[in-house]
Design a protein. Sequence first.
Length: 252
Amino acid sequence: MELGSDDVVLVTGGGSGMGEATARRCAALGAQVVLLDLPGSPGGEIAAEIGGTFCPADVRDEDQVSDAVREATQLGALRLAVCCAGVVNPGRILSRRGTLGLDAYRTVIEINLIGTFNVMRLAAEQMAENPPKDGDRGLIVMTASVAAFEGQIGQAAYASSKGGIVGLTLPAARDLARHGIRVMTIAPGIVDTAMMASLPEETKTGLASSVPHPARLADPDEYALLVEQIAANPYLNGEVIRLDGALRMGPG
C-alpha cells in the first residue's frame, strides 16, 4: 500500500523519537499526517513543520482519541495508524524503598498497552469503512520492545506492557482480517531517542557496543523506514519484527 495525498496517517507519540520520525517520513511520502501527543509535547511545532495536524490527547482517553480519529477522517481516508506513545518508568518489584507501587505499575500498563488498544480499536472502526487500496483498507502498526522477550531488572511493568502488545498482535490481525485491515508490531532494541541523548557518552558507547551488528544505537528513522516497508509489503500481517541489530538483552 503506497501512501498518497488522499491518505491519512495517525501517529501517536508523534512529538518525539520514533513517532516524530514516522510522522516526518509519512509526510515526505505525501500523506496527510495527524500527530497525537500530550498537550505539553512539541507535537504542534512538528506538525507545523511538516504540514500536518496536531491533536493534543492522552491515548488512554476514549473521547480524546475519538476526536483525533474523527479529525483524521475529515482529511481523507485513514489508512495507517502507528502507535508510538509510551512510558518506561523503571522500578524493581522489591527494593530498599519497598514494593513497586501498584499505581506505578498500572500507569505503565494503561499507557503502553491499554492506550495502544484504545487507538487500535478506534482507528480500525474508521478504517473498516474505507474502500480497499492495494488490497487493504488499513494498517495498524504497534510498538513493542525487545524487553517483551528479555525484560531486564527493573522492567517488570514495562516488559509486561510490551509483552501484552506482542500477545495482542496475532489475535488482532485475525479479528480484523475480515475487514481488510492488517496489524503488525515492531519491537525495537536500543534507539537513539531524546532520553538516550541525556545519558553520558560513556554510557551510550557501552550500550552501542552491546549490539552485535551494527554496533550502534538505532536511529529513529530506521523505525520509520520499517513502517514504510511494512505498509508497502501486503503479505506482512500478524507478526512482530525485532529491530535490534541482533541484540539479546542480559538481566541488567
